[in-house]
Every structure is written in structure tokens, then in C-alpha cells.
Ligand binder design. Structure first.
Ligand SMILES: NC(=O)C1=CN([C@@H]2O[C@H](COP(=O)(O)OP(=O)(O)OC[C@H]3O[C@@H](n4cnc5c(N)ncnc54)[C@H](O)[C@@H]3O)[C@@H](O)[C@H]2O)C=CC1
Ligand SMILES: CC(=O)[C@H](N)C(=O)O
Length: 373
């Protein structure tokens, strides 16, 4: 077959993608060329032999933030302590350092990242490094570097070494022109933050690498995540974590969003379980590479009402941060996650009442321990 005709046919298949019902990459991974970092044409992309019976060798980037330590502990229970490596550019607290393998890894340093993957025989990568929505607006050039350049490094290393790659996206990947109640998986995405723009970029680049190079890219759009034993890293949904700590400690909370601001939220246990479930889902069950996941949706006033049921003297006041409020007003109020439920059986466990009970129990017992010491 003449080369030009062959290439045209392959490109046609790639562009048709899932519309023709394909659930595997439309483009054989080495058909049109090599990985983006000029790997030789005879390089074997899926060279890391990974039998489903062997546990994966996992690397978590940006692992010292709100979600990474919990993810490491969750994955270590499943795959064994030494098979899950936590990494970050910050110094780990002692209890984290002692809990399992930790290494320095800067995602902006491509060679360092590649060395880490090679030396540790990594097969699965969870890419958590990022600057979140509010801190991203305060430092756009750093957010652009970490969230976009860093992602390019991660994608290239993952493609080069045949990794299964998880990259979280967010409700922040939608904008004021997206349907907001609920936001479906596929719709207009024109976010107005550097965080949101970088996450749409990540979704598209990951999907492109899947079709172009056969990279096993998987992505979930997380709602705002609420965790008891880790602090949020500078986002718009942070209030929903901080409120519990303040309620138990002081009986009051000053909220930086307006009382009626409705946003999708999820308890961390559901988020981590969803992350593992989509990574373990058989490839043929995934009709898409990027899924919304949802659990609950509430406003600060509704959350405060639920806290009041446990702490009758609790008081909430409002001192609105205009940057965060503008961001929240452009995000979905609710998420449609029917595709995740249909394709790989996603189901959340925590609704608002269970969330509030769990969070207050944790902070209540923490503060009782502190008082006793
Ligand atoms: N926490 C949430 O509510 C949500 C989080 N996500 C996503 O989940 C992921 C994890 O989120 P969090 O743990 O909350 O973030 P976080 O902001 O708490 O932690 C991010 C980590 O990235 C690290 N980092 C920054 N620059 C780095 C670099 N050059 N190299 C390596 N690491 C670097 C930071 O030191 C930090 O520990 C992020 O990608 C975030 O966008 C998505 C939606 C909701
Ligand atoms: C929802 C998110 O992505 C994050 N928590 C943020 O508020 O920036």
C-alpha cells in the first residue's frame, strides 16, 4: 500500500476515535512514529512487562499535599508498602517518612523524573503535583510551569516507559459557559483560571497521547475533596475542610464564600477508592479516558446546618474573598457522573450527614487527645 494512503487511513481512524465505538486506541502506538521525546523507532513502548497478578510499582508525584499521603496509605494496603513510592519537592514530616518509601522528585526536572521511574521500576504513576485554583491565580507563572510543563514531562516519561498514568482533573476544568447543574462529561469547557485551563490541557493531552502513542492514560474529574487528617493546598473548596476544625476548636467559623454557593464535594475515602477503581478497571470497560465522579453537592449554609445538628452553639459568619467567590461562581453546582457509574460501577458511600459525622468525630477525638496531653 503506498505510504501516503496508509498514513491517511491511520490518521482517519485516529481522528474518528470513540465515535466509532472503539474502546482501544484507534492508532497502533508505533504506527505513525515514536514518542514525543524522539525515542528510536524500534523502542518497545510497553516494554515493562506487567502481569495483572503482579502488584504494580507505583510512584505518586506531589504526594505531600492534601491527597497524596492518604493515597499512598490506601495503595500500600493493596499493593504492599514497598511497592508505593511517595515523592515531592518538600521535606516529609517524620510520620510520613517512616511510613514507607519517600523520595525527592521535581516534575519540572525531566531527567530526575526519568531516573526515578527507571531506578524504581515504576509501572503506575499517579500525578498529583499541581498548584490549585486560588494559589494558581496568585502565581500564574509558577502554576503554568508546574501544571503544564510538569505535565508534559510526566506524559513523556509515562509514554516512554509504558506506564499506566493517572492524572486528576477537577470541577475547575469547567467555566461559566459550561452547563452548571449538572455538568456532563462532554460539554463546553472554557475555564477562567490558570488551574482550570491547565487541567483541560491535561485532559486533552492525556487523551491525545492515548490515541497517538497508546499511553494508558486515565483521568477523573474530582469534586472538592474533604479530608480530616490533611490540610488543603490553596483551593476554592478549602472552606469545606476548614469549617470542621474551627467548629470543634472554637465553635465558630468565618467562611470565605457566600452562604448560597453550591459546589460538588466528596469525602476523601470515596475519592481514593474511585481513583484505584478506575486504575484497575479493565481497559475494555472504559468508553472514555476522562470521567466526572460525584458524591454530594451543598452550600456553606447547608453544611453549617448539618454541623449545627452536632454542635448546637456553632456559629458561621461570612467574609467573602472576591477571587474565590468569582471562581466558585464559574464552577458547576452539580456533576453528572452517570458514565462512571455505567462503565466501571462507580458508587459513592458518603453523603452529607455521614461526611459531617465522620469529620466531627475525627476532630472531636483529636481535640480530646490534645486536651488530655
Ligand atoms: N484537593 C482537592 O479538592 C482536589 C484536588 N484535585 C487534584 O488532585 C491533585 C492533588 O491535590 P492536592 O493534594 O489537594 O494538592 P496540594 O496542593 O495539596 O498538593 C500538591 C503538591 O504538589 C507539590 N508540588 C508543587 N510543585 C512541584 C514540583 N515541581 N514537583 C513535584 N511536586 C510539586 C507540592 O509540594 C504539593 O505537596 C492535584 O492535581 C489537584 O489538582 C482535583 C480536584 C479536587
Ligand atoms: C476543586 C479543586 O480542584 C480544588 N479543591 C480547588 O478548589 O482548587
Amino acid at each position: 500500500m503506498p505510504v501516503v494512503r496508509m498514513l491517511r487511513e491511520v490518521a482517519g481512524r485516529m481522528l474518528r476515535g470513540p465515535a466509532c465505538g472503539c474502546r482501544t486506541p484507534a492508532l497502533p502506538c508505533r504506527f505513525l512514529g515514536t514518542s514525543p521525546r524522539q525515542i528510536p523507532a524500534d523502542a518497545n513502548f510497553h516494554s515493562t512487562s506487567f502481569s495483572e497478578a503482579d502488584p504494580p510499582r507505583v510512584l505518586i508525584t506531589g504526594g505531600l499535599g492534601q491527597l497524596g499521603v492518604g493515597l499512598a496509605s490506601f495503595l500500600r494496603k493493596r499493593f504492599g508498602k514497598d511497592n508505593v513510592i511517595l515523592s515531592d519537592i518538600r521535606k516529609p514530616p517524620e510520620h510520613v517518612f517512616l511510613s514507607g518509601p519517600f523520595i525527592y522528585s521535581d516534575i519540572l526536572d525531566y531527567k530526575n523524573l526519568r531516573e526515578t521511574v527507571v531506578n524504581n521500576r515504576v509501572t503506575w504513576l499517579f500525578h498529583y503535583s499541581a498548584l490549585l485554583s486560588a494559589v494558581g491565580e496568585a502565581n500564574v507563572s509558577l502554576a503554568r510551569a508546574v501544571n503544564i510543563t510538569g505535565l508534559h514531562n510526566v506524559l513523556d516519561v509515562a509514554a516512554e516507559h509504558g506506564l499506566r498514568l493517572f492524572v486528576p482533573s477537577t470541577i475547575g476544568a469547567f467555566g461559566p459557559t459550561s452547563p452548571r447543574n449538572p455538568a456532563p462529561d462532554l460539554c463546553i469547557q472554557r475555564p477562567r483560571t490558570i488551574y482550570g485551563v491547565s487541567k483541560v490541557h491535561a485532559e486533552l493531552m492525556g487523551e491525545y497521547y492515548y490515541y497517538r502513542y497508546g499511553l494508558d492514560f486515565r483521568c477523573l474529574r474530582y469534586p472538592g475533596i474533604i479530608s480530616a487528617d490533611s490540610q488543603p493546598g490553596g483551593g476554592t473548596t478549602d472552606y469545606a475542610v476548614q469549617i470542621f476544625h474551627s467548629a470543634v476548636k472554637n465553635g465558630r467559623f468565618e467562611c470565605n464564600l457566600e452562604p448560597g454557593t453550591r459546589l460538588p464535594m466528596m469525602y476523601i475515602d470515596d475519592c481514593l477508592r474511585a481513583t484505584l477503581e478506575v486504575m484497575e478497571a479493565p481497559a475494555e470497560s472504559l468508553s472514555m479516558r476522562t470521567y466526572n465522579i460525584n458524591a454530594m453537592s451543598f452550600t456553606p449554609a447547608e453544611l453549617a446546618q448539618e454541623v449545627l445538628k452536632h454542635i448546637p452553639e456553632f456559629q458561621i459568619t461570612y467574609n467573602v474573598d472576591s477571587v474565590r467567590q468569582a471562581i466558585a461562581d464559574s464552577w458547576p453546582m452539580n456533576f453528572d457522573d452517570s458514565n462512571a457509574r455505567k462503565d466501571w460501577g462507580w458508587k459513592h458511600d458518603f453523603d452529607l450527614p455521614e461526611l459531617v459525622t465522620t469529620m466531627l468525630n475525627f476532630h472531636g477525638s483529636e481535640s480530646r487527645i490534645a486536651q488530655a496531653n
